[in-house]
Structures are given as structure tokens and as C-alpha cells.
Design a binder for this molecule. Structure first.
Ligand code: SF4
Length: 335
């Protein structure tokens, strides 16, 4: 049995109910292998034509709307995430199936108990484990903790949910809690620790570990400070804009270009579907990049780029519009 609930019955019922005759299925890398089985199931049960996307699907920001339009698909099935953009589908209906995890979270939450600071705990997770939050809350309350769940953010639409680029809900409750517990992948927990200034404990249901991310946070903040200093010295910037529907920030890029020019620097806007560091090498004149696409490109993998890369907020520090402390107060991650 798959460790994820792919909701096959709902999938078939939705296709029949909507009368879809041609569809494109997108799955994240960890679930791609389920694509052929789902395609055969749909064809057998509904007779619809099915195309399985072999392209990456990094998040719900990465809807293959253009591909679905080119195929003249009448439904895009997007696995692994819940709705990201409201009314962002350009008329193509999108069926989101989050793929709820069957991994148990209770053992790893118990393991995290001695690591929690204080008694007021902000608890968050990703959509795959949202259904376990009631059990987690009860477990923690029975141990005497007071639990705070983050509210919805611009992109994370469920109470208690975080995304790799949306920790807005955690910021809102930061002053009320002593520490945070984030259940899910390291990627999401690290993002939380970079967005708040309180201790963040990561409980990982996949490998059964729990640990405090304070040292990881401190290491990345040191790296980011050094990166901002390098960007401060650069004159010619490439401002990266993504074509992906949920990551596309052309207006922000134009505003950054204006601000760079006001501070005596130059910026050219680079428009890309996948941001492939090797492809950027062709722009030999550029000295540093500003990332207006997925903020995790700059934060998690800067070594993949041959030149300094800063986020849309970090560039504000590099040009002297914000102080480094102001940036940390806002949190390092914003889409
Ligand atoms: S922008 Fe990045 S972090 Fe946000 S949903 Fe997309 S891939 Fe995830």
C-alpha cells in the first residue's frame, strides 16, 4: 500500500462528474511513479485520455496550465498540494489532491517533547499531515502545553499549514508562543526556523527524528549575511522572474530594477521557466542575481549558482533601504 492516500475513488468521481475527456496529471517527484497506474485506472474507469506530466512539479505554484492548454485538456489534476492561487487557473479547471500521508506522527511528536522550550507551543505542518493535527494538539495538551495553530497565510490556506514560502501564520503567533514545533520535511521546518526568531523543533515523520534547528538557522543566517555583503559590492544584477503561475513576480522585478537604478546599480530582468544555474552562465556580464521566483532557490541552494544570489528582500539590505536587523525581524522568506 502506498504511504500516501491518492484518493482514487474521488479522482474517478470528479472526472466523471465534470465530464472530463482529456486530462493532464501532475505529480511531485516522490509520487511520479504512481502516474502510470493512475493513468491506466482513469482510462479503464472513465475512458478519458490521460497525459502524465514528466516535468518537475515543485509546488502548487508550479501548475502546468500552459501545457494543459496546449493539450486542450479539460482538467488538470495536481497531486501533492492543495490550492495555492485563487482563481489562478486561466479557465482550466484544476483538481487538487493533496496526497495525505499515512506516516504516523505521534511517535515523532513524543520524541520532540523534551526539546520544546516553554509551555506555549506554535504547532504547524504541511498539507500531507494536516489531518493529524487534532491528535497532535490533544497529545501536547494532555502533557500540559498550550497550543497555538497558525492561521491561513497568503498561500497556505489551511489552519496549521505552512508552505516552503509561506510562514505568515507563524509570524502572526510568534509573540504568543515560547517555541515552535514543525512536523514534516526538513525543508519546511528549516523554512519555519528562518522565518521566526523563536526556537524551532523539527519532528520528521519520515525518518523518525526530532531536533532543534537553532544551529541550522544560525549557520544559514551567517551565509545569507555574507551573500548580502557580496551583493552590496556588485553593480550589474540579473533579476530572475519565473514563468510559473504561482512564482511569477514581474511587477516586483520592475520595482527592484528601479530601486537598483536609483542606488546607482544596473539590473536586467531574466525570464525563465526552470531557473537552471548553468544557463545563467551565458550572461557573463552579470555580477549577482536577485531571485523574485521561489525564495528557496536563493536560500537553500546558493552554491549551485556561480555568482551571489539574494532574495527580493535581501536586495533591500544590499542597497541600503533596510537594515539587516529589519530583514531578520520580517523573516527571511517571502514569495
Ligand atoms: S514558491 Fe517554492 S516554496 Fe513556494 S510553493 Fe513553490 S516551490 Fe514551494
Amino acid at each position: 500500500m502506498s504511504m500516501y492516500d491518492l484518493e482514487e475513488d474521488r479522482l474517478v468521481a470528479e472526472i466523471m462528474g465534470r465530464g472530463a475527456r482529456r486530462l493532464l496529471i501532475q505529480l511531485p517527484d516522490g509520487l511520479k511513479n504512481e502516474g502510470p497506474r493512475l493513468a491506466n485506472l482513469i482510462r479503464d474507469k472513465t475512458g478519458a485520455e490521460v497525459f502524465v506530466s514528466a516535468s518537475p512539479a515543485w509546488g502548487a505554484c508550479d501548475l502546468s496550465l500552459d501545457a494543459a492548454a496546449r493539450l486542450r485538456a479539460d482538467l488538470l489534476v495536481h497531486y501533492g498540494h492543495n490550492e495555492f492561487l485563487r482563481d489562478g487557473s486561466n479557465g482550466i479547471p484544476v483538481l487538487y489532491i493533496p496526497a495525505k500521508s499515512r506516516h504516523e506522527t505521534k511517535p515523532v511528536v513524543e520524541k520532540a517533547l523534551p526539546l520544546l522550550h516553554g509551555t506555549r507551543i506554535g504547532v504547524a505542518t504541511v498539507v500531507q499531515h494536516i489531518h493529524t493535527l487534532t491528535e497532535t494538539t490533544k497529545l501536547l495538551e494532555d502533557k500540559g502545553f498550550k497550543i497555538y495553530l497558525p492561521g491561513r497565510g497568503p498561500w497556505a490556506h489551511e489552519t496549521g499549514q505552512v508552505l516552503g514560502c509561506d510562514y505568515f501564520g507563524l509570524k502572526k503567533i510568534e509573540s504568543e508562543v515560547d517555541s515552535f514545533l514543525v512536523i514534516g520535511s526538513y525543508f519546511h521546518a528549516l523554512g519555519a526556523s528562518l522565518s521566526v526568531e523563536k526556537p524551532t523543533i523539527h519532528a520528521d515523520p519520515y525518518d523518525g527524528t526530532a531536533r532543534n534547528l537553532d544551529q541550522d538557522r544560525a549557520r544559514i543566517i551567517r551565509q545569507r549575511y555574507a551573500m548580502v555583503e557580496k551583493a552590496r559590492r556588485a553593480q550589474k544584477f540579473g533579476i530572475i522572474v519565473s514563468t510559473k503561475p504561482g512564482q511569477s513576480n514581474p511587477t516586483i522585478a520592475l520595482s527592484i530594477q528601479r530601486k537598483l537604478e536609483e542606488s546607482g546599480k544596473r539590473g536586467v530582468i531574466l525570464y525563465a521557466d526552470e531557473v537552471v544555474p548553468d544557463k545563467l552562465l551565458d550572461f557573463t556580464d552579470i555580477e549577482a542575481y536577485v531571485d523574485t521566483a521561489c525564495p528557496r532557490l536563493a536560500l537553500d541552494d546558493p552554491e549551485r549558482f556561480s555568482k551571489p544570489i539574494v532574495t527580493r528582500d535581501e536586495i533591500m539590505v544590499a542597497i541600503g533601504a533596510w537594515t539587516w536587523e529589519e530583514l531578520l525581524e520580517r523573516g527571511l522568506i517571502r514569495l
